[in-house]
Design a protein around this ligand. Structure first.
Ligand SMILES: *Cc1c(COP(=O)(O)O)cnc(C)c1O
Length: 428
């Protein structure tokens, strides 16, 4: 494959955009080389500026669950654009998508729309603190909740400690209110709660972790968190930015039958436009301005184009619930195929999967938390990534990312991918 025009475009981008990208995960820092510039996409495929076709396993990091340029979403956006693209005033559309979202997700009465997953998580935590009248939160090492200050806190090795910021610009004052726990480790959480009695407003967690590869919760982990939160007057926040409307119509709350107090959304809920949202029981949501004291706002929140795209997406999912089963079957098929060829080629690996999320780790240890995820062999991953790219398959340019299966992928695409992985893993 030739990536001539992409590299030229990247060189031009680097002059005027830091690192040439508007979000660091797009750069090829972890794998070497330069990013691919996309010209267009349709269904399961990306078409780049050099004319290459790539099977896409990132799908905009999750939103495109029905494939790229999904016709009803595209039409909804075109029709709305003709009527004006932003008013800063209420529209009926906002109520329609809110009502549909609330009907699909259990345990939320009201929902507020924002512009990104980051904004959703940041606002959810502020709401939780305001409602609980406490300052501290617990987050898990390796879980990503967007780039707002409270979440950019690094894992200490023992983890039962105050976090230290992992980005300059995040103050020690902010970091001291974020406590770090180990994913899938209830004892660790219990110790943090014990050491910070009556100070913890909320526990925020990816109920299925998707930002250190795909790490499903151990049996009992979410139930345990739920119980500890109830016992200690702590709000449980599920960050379902990745899993919401993906693993089930009602997200992980439905899939694993555990209820959170506040749920954050993003990605799929916007149908590929910039949307985030957070929802909860009325009692909690009524704490938000203008009804309550917790301030939260946005000029472009509930933007008509974004709401039109999101509504068309949720309607498609709501009216075809079998999709979640179809996606799960495709993912299982792919996982079984990869398992077979990697074993045949004597590669050391672990595959994690749940629903339409899958990750391949080049290490034999079960991957259950940040520490075990970080053990993966990055050199093998680099060969894997570039080898697949050469075969016309695009996975995330980092060993710690989940692949997303879309409804647009055919079994031929999956077979093609498995054959490519067979070929590439022979060169390790
Ligand atoms: C992507 C993601 C976010 C951040 O969403 P943005 O729209 O990128 O700000 C937050 N939480 C989780 C779990 C995510 O996967």
């Amino acid at each position: 494959m030739v990536y001539k025009r992409s590299s030229q475009l990247f060189a031009e981008a680097e002059k005027v955009i830091p690192g040439g990208v508007n979000s660091p995960v797009r750069a090829f820092k972890a794998v070497g080389g330069t990013p691919i510039f996309v010209k267009s996409a349709k269904g399961a495929y990306l078409y780049d500026e050099d004319g290459n076709r790539l099977i896409d396993y990132i799908n905009s990091w999750g939103p495109m669950i029905l494939g790229h340029a999904y016709e009803p979403v595209v039409q909804a956006v075109i029709e709305k654009a003709k009527l004006g693209t932003s008013f800063g005033m209420p529209t009926e559309l906002e109520t329609q998508i809110a009502a549909l979202a609330v009907s699909m997700v259990s345990n939320i009465d009201k929902i507020r729309f924002v512009n990104s997953g980051t904004e959703a998580c940041m606002s959810a935590v502020r709401l939780a603190r305001g409602f609980a009248k406490k300052d501290k939160i617990i987050k898990f090492a390796g879980c990503y909740h967007g780039h707002s200050d409270s979440f950019l806190i690094q894992a200490g090795s023992g983890a039962i400690t105050f976090g230290s910021p992992n980005s300059p610009g995040v103050t020690a004052g902010t970091a001291k209110d974020t406590l770090l726990a180990t994913y899938n480790d209830l004892e660790n959480v219990a110790a943090l709660i014990e050491a910070n009695k009556n100070e913890i407003a909320a526990i925020i967690v990816e109920p299925v972790a998707g930002n250190m590869g795909c790490i499903p919760p151990n049996k009992g982990f979410l139930e345990g968190l739920r119980q500890m939160c109830t016992d200690n007057d702590i709000l449980l926040i599920f960050d379902e930015v990745m899993t919401g409307f993906r693993l089930a119509a009602g997200g992980v709350q439905e899939l694993l039958n555990v209820n959170a107090d506040i749920v954050c959304f993003g990605k799929v809920i916007g149908g590929g436009l910039p949307v985030g949202a957070f929802g909860a029981r009325a009692e909690i949501m009524n704490y938000l301005a203008p009804l309550g004291p917790v301030y939260q706002a946005g000029t472009l929140s509930g933007n008509p184009l974004a709401m039109a795209a999101g509504l068309a997406m949720l309607q498609a999912l709501d009216s075809d619930r079998a999709i979640f089963q179809r996606l799960k079957e495709k993912t299982a098929y792919l996982a079984a195929g990869i398992d077979k060829v990697l074993k045949a080629n004597n590669v050391t690996f672990t595959i994690n999967t749940i629903g339409s999320m899958i990750s391949v780790h080049f290490d034999a240890t079960p991957v259950v938390d940040f520490q075990t995820a970080a053990k993966g062999d990055n050199e093998t991953f680099k060969k894997f990534f570039h080898g697949l790219l050469e075969e016309g398959i695009y996975i995330a340019p980092s060993a710690y990312e989940t692949w997303f299966i879309t409804d647009a992928l055919t079994y031929e695409d999956l077979d093609f991918t498995i054959r490519a992985i067979d070929k590439v893993s022979k060169t390790f």
